[in-house]
Design a protein around this ligand. Structure first.
Ligand code: SF4
Ligand code: MG
Length: 328
């Protein structure tokens, strides 16, 4: 498969606002040097606790933020090199679905106007066809054409998410950032929205970056998974490898949070102690060492590098000899 998006040593540090000439600036290292590819037509799942840098990574890929360092290529084009004007043309290829669709839906506008806006801005269909196109979009996401005249508040959370999806696909994008698209919804609705996303992906050849807290949702929709902790990627691999043969203790802990109901699957259980440390003052060495039941002497002194363990499977833990070999 071809690469659609290439992320290279991406960093985003947010300065703390209290700095002045006397106190040196402290940074929140929201994303701290990550590299990965997203392949055409796949769903890449990015998981981790709150504050691990998942959303910031997604926003950097859409150029909603500028990076402190590093690069993002979309079809080999460096998106930060483009002028704003030129990037605006690429914008229609790169869309977003929010956790709460309300963020994308102006409460004072009816659905027809909300969906017409991107169609006009990006000249997707001729003006006289926008009304028809809005109806088509509503139909695609499982809503009725009568819904076009309603306001966002007249819908349930699940329906609003369908409108958010209609808005995202309206520009016929190549890539959609799905930022926790079902975590605010009832469990009964979650699978319906996930099925819709999967159907649309197949139908329109979409590529997804799917962000979630836990591995339980990502497991069902992803081809490959990256596990983030405090701004770095701890492990990356095919979804089956990540579930059946996880190498990093943090990944094992995330899997333990949702034990497999199948008794034949015997993953080690690791219960996470404590909270994720502050990204202002992250632990030295391995970022996970303050919570890791396997911590060794080296772990709080040297940073483990994300290293190939097997074809397409990388881990950043000294329990893997390949990672240990890198420091010798
Ligand atoms: Fe645990 Fe050490 Fe591996 Fe980090 S490098 S996950 S502290 S064993
Ligand atoms: Mg987030």
């Amino acid at each position: 498969k071809e690469t659609l998006i290439k992320v290279e040593n991406l960093k985003k540090y947010f300065p703390m606002n209290k700095s002045n000439i006397l106190t040196h600036t402290q940074n929140v290292k929201a994303v701290d040097g990550i590299s990965f590819d997203i392949l055409k037509g796949e769903t890449f799942g990015l998981v981790g606790e709150s504050g691990s840098g998942k959303s910031t990574t997604g926003h950097l890929i859409l150029r909603l933020l500028n990076p402190t360092d590093g690069k993002v290529y979309v079809e080999d084009k460096d998106i930060y090199q483009h002028s704003d004007r030129k990037f605006r043309k690429m914008r229609k290829d790169l869309q977003i679905i929010f956790q709460d669709a309300s963020w994308a839906l102006d409460p004072k506008m009816i659905i027809e106007d909300i969906l017409t806006e991107p169609l006009r801005i990006h000249k997707i269909v001729p003006r006289f066809e926008t009304e028809k196109e809005v109806k088509r979009l509503l139909d695609i996401v499982g809503l009725s054409k009568n819904d076009a005249k309603k306001f966002p508040h007249e819908f349930s959370g699940g329906q609003r998410q369908r409108i958010g999806i209609a808005k995202a696909i309206s520009t016929r994008p190549k890539f959609i950032l799905c930022d926790e698209p079902v975590s605010a919804l009832d469990v009964s609705i979650q699978s319906k929205i996930l099925n819709l996303l999967t159907d649309l992906q197949r139908e329109y050849d979409l590529t997804y970056l799917f962000i979630a807290h836990g591995l339980n949702v990502v497991k069902h929709v992803s081809d490959r998974v990256g596990v983030m902790y405090l701004g770095k990627i701890m492990e990356i691999g095919n979804v089956n490898t990540i579930y059946n043969d996880p190498k990093h203790p943090y990944t094992k802990a995330l899997i333990s949070a949702f034990p497999d109901p199948n008794p034949e699957v015997k993953n080690e259980r690791i219960v996470l102690k404590g909270e994720i440390p502050s990204p202002i003052n992250p632990p030295k060495g391995c970022l996970f060492h303050t919570r890791c039941p396997y911590k060794m002497d080296i772990c709080d002194k040297v940073i483990p590098q994300l290293t190939d363990i097997n074809e397409g499977h990388k881990s950043a833990c000294f329990l893997n000899e390949e990672v240990m070999a890198k420091i010798e």
